[in-house]
Write a protein that binds this ligand. Sequence first.
Ligand code: 2YH
Length: 286
Amino acid sequence: MTRLTAKIIENVPSGIAHLNEELEKKIKMDMRNFACRSIGVNAGDIDFGSYSVAIVPVTSGEGIIGGFSRSVAVAVGALGMRSFVTEACDVTGISEAFSSSADIIFMADDERFIALNTKTRSFSDNIWSTARGYVTALGLAEEGGLEGKRVLVIGAGRVGREAVKMLRNEGALVEVTDIIPERARMLESRFEGVRAISEVDEAIRSNRLILNASPGTIPGDLISQDAVISSPGVPYAFDEEGERRAKVIIHDVLSLGVAVMAVASVGLSLFDFSAADVVADRTAIQ
Ligand code: 2YH
């Protein structure tokens, strides 16, 4: 899985207003409504200002990513929740968050990035939330939604696999490709309506709807005119030619996934976004 770097996320805090404007243009709603739509709740049912959200920096593994916690705090704050980064890291940071009566605690190590609701025990995971958000965004950007339409998923890693399942649940026909062909074939054998594709260039040429969950670049001359693309993959995959050809490219490096995590962790969703499912799936496929 791609690890974020300080460089990749450096513009998250200053770019949050622009991201909201882009969402309004591309999917006709702001980030708060987008996050609520992603998990199936009404924005009006959540009193955003009543939530206090702590972000705890975590030093384990490869350690702190410069600007990560602050970027998460800014994205959560943009929803209207009160957010702060704890002064202490790790376990001391969690204790600081609890003693400050935080309702929700965000924290990430090298494997997992989660939000825990301290009051309700609701729990959300960045992998699930990112897939959920980008599938939702694709459906909003495509006129008439995704039902019965063919969608190419590039990358069968953790986000890609979740996205394949969600797209099938939305009634899309899914083509999936990965540099490790076995990963795509595994999804084909597990889910009806999913086809593993080994010829990636041809797959990109012949699909107008694309969910890119890979870290690779996508040459613009492969992208079909009027393509609708939802792209959680980092780094950014597109060149000027691709941007010119595509009708819409929805992409950001952190905030959209965080926004969905925040709303999911409130605990009103009827969705089953159990983190256990994400973990079980990972061990089954790798
Ligand atoms: O970027 C990551 C991992 N690849 C997991 C992401 C799941 N989609 N983790 C962030 C690590 C943050 C660091 N521990 C910090 O600054 O607190």
